[in-house]
Design a protein. Structure first.
Length: 278
């Protein structure tokens, strides 16, 4: 194991937690309520699981926030269905802070996304409106006071590969239109996440935390701390801009069995935060 890996593991998890395994590190970590950078989950992580199964895994990992994906709460859900799903999260002490990612290719889709967020009762949509719909989307934001965080999806994405592609289109628009910075896809698109945090600080409303194997379109998802992203530098950038949003893990390496990777990533990230942020 490299010197860098030894240092990062010892800093993030502690020698005892490393010996006991990632779930032990999570069990020993403080609850996220009130901490500097509260952690959540991007609902897509649980695409292969029911709401109940997703909740069970979040409880084991000690994560209390979620951005709900339409896999678990469809956009056309009835009021009864919305109440049922929200009730399950509330009973588990999990806070639904956003919905998405929601793709918007027509004005009708924009209308549906904002109506859905209003019915769910969240102040934030993580979404991908086509660029030609930004004027219409901005008007919707002004009418509803619901914020939009546009998600970057990496070099394969023709609309928003990196956060700069989003920022350049929104920087002169309503301040409630911002970015969901997916740090793995940003890295693959050639933008270092810590630098992106500082460059677009006023417009970053949400984070999708992950790691990637290489900083190119060949990069594959891996556990947080095992790839090429400089997490100490990223955390320092978060602290410098006083980031106030949720830090949501989006784990895609093994979506059939995500809990070990979620737990390891959470333990690593929180360990870096504890070691660097006072």
């Amino acid at each position: 194991m490299s010197t860098r890996r030894n240092f990062l593991l010892q800093t993030a998890l502690g020698l005892a937690a490393t010996a006991a395994g990632p779930l032990a590190a999570v069990a020993a970590a403080p609850k996220p309520a009130g901490q500097r950078f509260p952690m959540g989950m991007a609902g897509y992580t649980f695409a292969k699981f029911s709401v109940d199964e997703a909740i069970a895994q979040m409880k084991r990992a000690g994560i209390e926030y979620i951005s709900v994906k339409d896999i678990h709460l469809p956009l056309n859900s009835s009021e009864e269905k919305i109440a049922e799903v929200l009730g399950k999260f509330k009973a588990a002490d999990i806070k639904v802070y956003a919905v998405g990612v929601i793709y918007m290719k027509t004005e009708k889709a924009v209308d549906e996304a904002f109506a859905y967020a209003a019915k769910v009762g969240v102040p934030l949509i993580v979404g991908v409106p086509n660029p030609e719909l930004l004027d219409y989307t901005e008007a919707k934001i002004k009418a509803t006071n619901i914020r939009l965080a546009i998600h970057n999806h990496g070099p394969e994405d023709k609309l928003y590969p990196g956060p700069k592609n989003v920022y350049d289109l929104i920087k002169h628009r309503d301040a409630r239109m911002g970015i969901c910075l997916d740090i793995g896809h940003a890295m693959r698109a050639g933008e270092e996440p810590g630098q992106a945090m500082k460059l677009y600080k006023d417009r970053i409303f949400d984070l999708h935390l992950k790691d990637v194997t290489v900083a190119s379109n060949q990069g594959k998802p891996t556990e947080i701390g095992r790839g090429v992203i400089n997490f100490p530098g990223f955390v320092q950038s978060m602290a410098k801009i006083n980031y106030k949003g949720i830090c949501s893990i989006e784990y895609e390496k093994n979506m059939a069995d995500p809990l070990p990777g979620i737990a390891e990533g959470k333990g690593f990230f929180e360990g870096v935060v504890r070691s660097l942020v006072k």
